[in-house]
Design a protein around this ligand. Structure first.
Ligand code: PEP
Ligand code: MN
Length: 353
């Protein structure tokens, strides 16, 4: 029977970042199978590494190890494919599910090559988000597979590359994944806390956040001795830690049809809708005043952007926001968006005048 991404909720994919040795692949699988929490076993055979000279996977030899995992533990298995050759080899060895990695999703030529190689083979495929924050590119990859006749596709959210300091290896930018889910509501959406966090101590937090956002499952990198892993050592966890991590998660129900719950929810949503309406009205009023200032500046030939005024305004807002329990990040992001719109409206007044 073919594996279904929606048979289990949350759907759990676990296994090492890379297949290293036959023993490591089989030991990890044996331990995961015995705890009964894993629905799909992962191991990378072909590894896309940032720099040459790193361990780039055991290649085809690892496929035979995954086949042994299937035979000996009964676990379904998956691996990453990046070329048509990978697809053909994986299919030859009876791999149950394929995934497209973040560095491949960015490239429509590669995704199309994989989709073409899969035409007529309806195997489940997981599509990681591209490394750059581009939801259209992520959706595009899904559409290429759909056009090739693949019927079971899941999105796999592994975070996005970023420049500069971050406590994440790949910041999640949850809003991107929410947009992806809104555009493709029927696609299961999984999270990959391992590649988002890049470290062990924050995995549980990200996993829980995803469940709270109604994700359908997750992929976690599990290794018998994580510190000695040949790739992604810092983010891998032992089967024991994996077991505890899953045990400590709270899995909320997707929804409920309890009438009193629905009644209270709809009252609260009514309040939110009214407040949003007021916020929009106020923003419209604010923009009208900004336009008047634009007129005034034009008449007196004054530059639109006044950095010192902007600085004072931002500082005051952050302070007032803090009193209302609003984070500095939120207040400054919100005000920057308002300011941008305000400048653009003032510019059109000045240019149009
Ligand atoms: C992986 O899953 O090990 C991997 C290479 O991930 P990503 O494509 O998200 O970097
Ligand atoms: Mn990895």
């Amino acid at each position: 029977m073919k594996l279904s991404f929606t048979d289990q909720r949350p759907f759990i994919i676990a296994g090492p970042c890379s297949a290293e040795t036959e023993e490591q692949v089989l030991t990890t699988a044996g331990e995961l199978a015995s705890t009964g929490k894993t629905h799909l076993y992962r191991a990378g055979i072909w590894k896309p590494r940032t720099r040459p000279g790193s361990f780039d996977g055991v290649g085809v030899a690892g496929l035979a190890w995954l086949r042994r995992v299937k035979e000996e533990t009964g676990l379904a298995v998956c691996t990453e494919v990046a070329t048509k050759q990978h697809v053909y080899e994986a299919l030859k060895y009876g791999i149950d599910v394929l995934w497209i990695g973040a560095r491949t999703t960015v490239n429509p030529f590669s995704v199309q090559e994989i989709a073409d190689a899969l035409a007529g083979v309806d195997i489940p495929v997981m599509v990681k988000n591209p490394i750059n924050p581009d939801v259209a590119l992520w959706k595009g990859a899904v559409e290429r597979l759909q056009k090739a006749g693949i019927t079971q596709i899941a999105g796999l959210h592994r975070g996005f590359s970023s420049f500069g300091d971050s406590s994440y290896r790949n910041p999640p930018r949850w809003q991107m994944a929410i947009e992806f889910k809104q555009a493709l509501p029927d696609l299961p959406l999984f999270v990959d806390p391992s590649h988002i966090c890049g470290r062990r101590d924050t995995l549980a937090e990200v996993a829980q956040q995803a469940l709270d956002l109604n994700y359908d499952g997750m992929m976690l990198e599990v290794h018998p001795s994580p510190d000695e892993a040949w790739s992604d050592a810092r983010q891998q966890i032992t089967p024991r830690t994996f077991h505890d991590l899953l045990g400590n998660l709270t899995v909320p129900q997707a929804t409920s049809d309890d009438p009193s719950y629905l009644h209270s929810l709809s009252a609260l949503r009514g309040q939110i809708d009214e407040i949003d309406e007021e916020v929009l009205t106020l923003l419209g009023d604010r923009m009208r005043v900004a336009q008047q200032i634009g007129d005034y500046k034009r008449d007196h030939n004054i530059a639109i952007l006044q950095p010192s005024r902007w600085k004072d305004l931002m500082e005051a807002a952050v302070e007032r926001g803090a009193q209302k329990n609003l984070s500095e990040t939120f207040v400054s992001t919100f005000l920057k968006a308002i300011h941008e719109e305000s400048i653009s409206q003032q510019s059109s007044v000045v240019r149009g005048g």
